[in-house]
Design a protein around this ligand. Structure first.
Ligand SMILES: Cc1cc2nc3c(=O)[nH]c(=O)nc-3n(C[C@H](O)[C@H](O)[C@H](O)COP(=O)(O)OP(=O)(O)OC[C@H]3O[C@@H](n4cnc5c(N)ncnc54)[C@H](O)[C@@H]3O)c2cc1C
Length: 461
């Protein structure tokens, strides 16, 4: 049983962070009750504390540990599994204001930042120096602390890996207020992707890479999903190393294009409906190198069984294409009365099977299912829309999720996906990984946080 927030705790916290940085009662904004999980439960924290340094976070944690008050860390709150929602009350520790650039080492290609810095600002900072921070989970207003805590993925993960591959070091504050560096002990690596349940990240040193000189996008339309995903495998087997390879279901691009009025992706070719499109991003150091890559890939066209190859090479077309891609999530929400999304990862060779299963299962339940996937890294986004009442949609969605997660596990996938477990997947997650693995995770949680005050109710309960 956790402690309840008290006037005494408020006074102690104000001594640490200053009066204006402890927000209580009606002054707490509704945003702190939820994240971007559709139809998520609203949980009001007892207080919100805005911290601005490692030292402050350390003192806050030491205090909360002493009082046994739960602490839920929050970045920008763009998570989609309820990770930053204070399901057990207590404090929300907001790190959005701890967002400064600490240092930039151009020779070592390392940027050191505070965790509340937004992904878009880290990217912009890198670009000022002709460098690039590749992880890109689509939502650029997320904080890098949130990205690291969920090990965010995205379209570029195929060539560049996920967020964890870019963490050179970090400053961690543990549940009892102790401060350490990620590099101090091997076992601290598990803090990455632990969704704020093992430690608070208060500083990050991130690896940067050289920005590619040239890039082009190729769109390959196909008759169906299976041919599209087989072609993706062939492209990789043939030695190409695309930076991006996105499987796009035509139902999804059509729905989204109708909402945004930006119908970039092919829907029909020669009077026939396209089943799916593969969006391939190629990079090179010169125009000649890119031309060579495009020619070699075009030679594969017959073997790939694509209907055409569309070249997206001007800055405007490239921007339009990425804008259309990045609008999938919001256009689902805008274009239907009810919408939801399941996010999983699975081996490339099994994506088509799960897409087919989800579409059939959705059809029999009366919901429309539309998908896209980061091929290679295996991140599959399964969007659902429904034009009836929310009260009818939610039970359908629950049953649909249970079946899709179970099928995903059978297909050697992970239901953690790119978004994490949060509170919304805890039951499914326990079932998917089995009691032994669950027990190990629980033991690790206890080793890091004996009183279970850090983000309780998430990942393992
Ligand atoms: C439209 C849209 C598209 C998205 N697409 C993708 C996608 O393609 N891939 C993907 O991976 N995600 C995606 N997301 C999800 C989301 O953007 C990511 O999970 C992001 O990394 C969360 O960052 P945040 O700052 O919003 O974190 P929050 O939502 O605030 O927190 C997320 C989790 O991290 C913990 N946390 C945050 N900061 C810290 C810290 N400093 N120390 C310890 N724990 C911390 C929180 O407690 C919580 O458990 C998408 C979201 C939206 C809205």
């Amino acid at each position: 049983m956790f402690a309840k927030f008290s006037a005494e705790m408020a006074a102690r916290l104000e001594e640490i962070v200053g009066k204006g940085n402890v927000i209580q009662g009606e002054d707490i904004g509704m945003d702190f009750c939820h994240d971007e999980l559709p139809y998520g439960e609203a949980h009001m924290p007892e207080a919100v504390v805005e911290a601005h340094s490692t030292d402050e976070v350390s003192h806050i944690m030491e205090l909360c540990s002493r009082y046994e008050l739960p602490v839920t860390v929050r970045g920008a709150g763009t998570g989609k599994v309820g990770g930053s929602v204070p399901v057990q009350g207590g404090l929300v520790l907001s790190l959005k204001g701890i967002n400064q650039l600490v240092s930039f080492d151009e020779d070592a290609q390392i940027i050191t930042v505070q965790p509340g810095m937004l992904l878009q600002d880290v990217k912009a900072e890198a670009e000022k120096h002709g460098l690039c921070y590749p992880p890109d989970p689509g939502e650029k207003t997320a904080t890098v602390g949130g990205n690291v805590s969920t090990n965010a993925g995205g379209p570029c993960a195929l060539k560049y890996g996920s967020t964890k591959d870019y963490v050179a070091d970090a400053v961690l504050v543990f549940a009892d207020g102790t401060v350490a560096k990620l590099s101090d002990k091997e076992e601290y690596a598990s803090v990455i992707g632990s969704e704020g349940t093992l430690a608070v990240i208060t500083q990050l040193s991130l690896r940067l890479v050289k920005k590619p000189e040239k890039e082009v996008i190729l769109l390959f339309p196909f008759m169906d999903t299976e041919t599209c995903l087989n072609a993706a495998a062939k492209i990789r087997e043939s030695g190409f190393e695309p930076a991006v390879m996105e499987y796009l279901d035509t139902d999804l691009v059509e729905f989204s294009g109708n909402v945004t009025g930006n119908p970039v992706f092919p829907i029909e070719m020669d009077g026939e409906r396209v089943g799916a499109t593969l969006m391939v991003g190629l990079e090179g150091e010169s125009d000649d190198e890119l031309d060579e890559k495009m020619e070699s890939i075009a030679e594969l066209a017959e073997e790939l069984e694509c209907l055409d190859i569309l070249v997206v090479d001007t800055p405007t077309l490239k921007r339009d294409t990425w804008d259309a891609h990045d609008a999938f999530h919001t256009s689902m929400e805008a274009g239907a009365k009810c919408s939801h999304e399941l996010n999983v990862t699975l081996p490339q060779e099994n994506i088509a099977q799960l897409v087919e299963y989800a579409k059939e299962r959705g059809e029999s339940a009366g919901i429309k299912v539309m998908c896209y996937a980061h091929v290679g890294s295996g991140g599959l986004h399964i969007h659902t829309v429904y034009d009836g009442a929310k009260e009818d949609f939610l039970p359908i969605m629950d049953a649909f999720a249970a079946d899709v997660y179970s099928r995903c596990t059978q297909l050697s996938g992970s239901i953690v996906g790119e978004y994490g477990v949060g509170y919304s997947k805890t039951g499914y997650y326990r079932q998917a990984i089995g009691e032994n693995a669950y027990g190990e995770l629980s033991a690790r949680k206890t080793a890091f946080d004996p009183k279970h005050i850090l983000n309780p109710g998430k990942v393992v309960i």
